[in-house]
Design a protein around this ligand. Structure first.
Ligand code: DP6
Length: 322
């Protein structure tokens, strides 16, 4: 009922085929389809309660009051859909380092879509929820789903949505995140991808390549082929980062610590420990590995990094109400 406080939990996801560029900035229609793994360790809990006595939306993030026009704009979409004029009290707790390249906006907007729409009296399907989440942040489209999920590019609001590829995940797959910097990033993914699409001479090749990478990783999931999945995800990430280097102005998310981790992964591989790296719009590195190699990898990382910088995740579940 309108006025009830609704709480939802969404987990973050890490893309194996990255989304990097928008065809439509207002509706957040991407330039390519993407594919991800939802993680169990990083999530956001958000509660929403509409209140007719409020004069504006009241938002607290990790117990701090925040004013964020993006959240108000997003709530306006929900108000319009539900045809209600009221503002809401929104409380969100992020179990993800905010803006650290660990895709906190993915779990944040997925949780806000679920809690906000239900609190407004809407009863949306998962597909509709993913389309709503997309309006907040592109990567949130995939965080409605657990396990392996994808975001179909589409070309308008109806056809650009998320869907489940496999949940629960059959593959033995984990991700180890190495937190190298938990400060908000200097160039947001939103800004970065805009510079890339507008100025990188390699952008069209990236689009063609992501189509191939998407097919390769989808097949690898079907065939339970960890090696092909890991290898392709690593290449796809570096292909995305090469767009940042080839942009004008050129910019870089990879820092010297990231390179050190990348070299550690290569060394581990040479020693028979199969693992792969991926990176998003920040310096943190995520290592893709099998269960039986977690200890060897974390041991190597601990020789150089603090234990609290290393976070091991398995596949996580889709959206749920608490
Ligand atoms: C590198 O979803 O944060 O993590 O849609 O502008 O909010 P906006 O961008 P966002 O970008 C994510 C970029 C990425 C790759 C990915 O998650 O697919």
């Amino acid at each position: 009922m309108l006025g009830d406080k609704i709480t939802a939990r969404a987990h973050t996801n890490i893309a194996l085929v990255k989304y990097w560029g928008k065809e439509n900035e207002e509706l957040i229609i991407p330039a390519n389809s993407s594919l991800s793994l939802t993680l169990d360790e990083f999530y956001t809990d958000t509660s929403v309660q509409f209140d007719e006595t409020l004069q504006s939306d009241e938002v607290t993030l990790n117990d701090k009051t925040v004013e964020d026009i993006k959240i108000t704009n997003f709530m306006n979409i929900i108000r319009e859909k539900a045809n209600i004029p009221y503002f809401a009290r929104i409380e969100s707790t992020n179990h993800v380092p905010t803006s650290a390249g660990l895709a906190s906006s993915a779990s944040a907007y997925a949780a806000l879509s679920a809690a906000g729409s239900k609190a407004a009296g809407l009863n949306l399907s998962e597909k509709e929820l993913s389309r709503l989440a997309r309006r907040g942040s592109g990567s949130a489209t995939r965080s409605i789903f657990g396990g392996f999920a994808a975001w179909n590019k589409g070309d308008d609001d109806e056809t650009s949505y998320g869907y489940s590829i496999e949940d629960p995940v059959k593959m033995d797959i984990n991700m180890i995140a190495i937190i190298l910097d938990n400060q908000p990033k200097k160039i947001s993914s939103r800004k970065g991808m805009k510079i890339s699409i507008e100025t990188s001479p390699y952008y069209n090749s990236w689009i063609e390549q992501t189509k191939a990478d998407f097919r390769t990783i989808s097949d690898a999931i079907k065939n339970n082929d960890f090696t092909t999945l890991g290898k392709t995800a690593e290449l796809n990430a570096m292909r995305m980062h090469s767009l940042t280097l080839s942009s004008d102005p050129s910019y870089l998310y990879i820092n010297s610590d990231s390179i050190e981790v990348i070299n550690m992964v290569k060394e581990l591989r040479e020693n028979g420990i199969e693992c792969y790296y991926t990176m998003d719009a920040g310096p943190n590195v995520k290592i893709i590995c099998r269960n039986n190699n977690i200890n060897a990898i974390t041991k190597k990382l601990s020789s150089r990094f603090d234990e609290n910088q290393i976070k091991v995740s398995g596949p996580g579940e889709g959206i749920k109400y608490l």
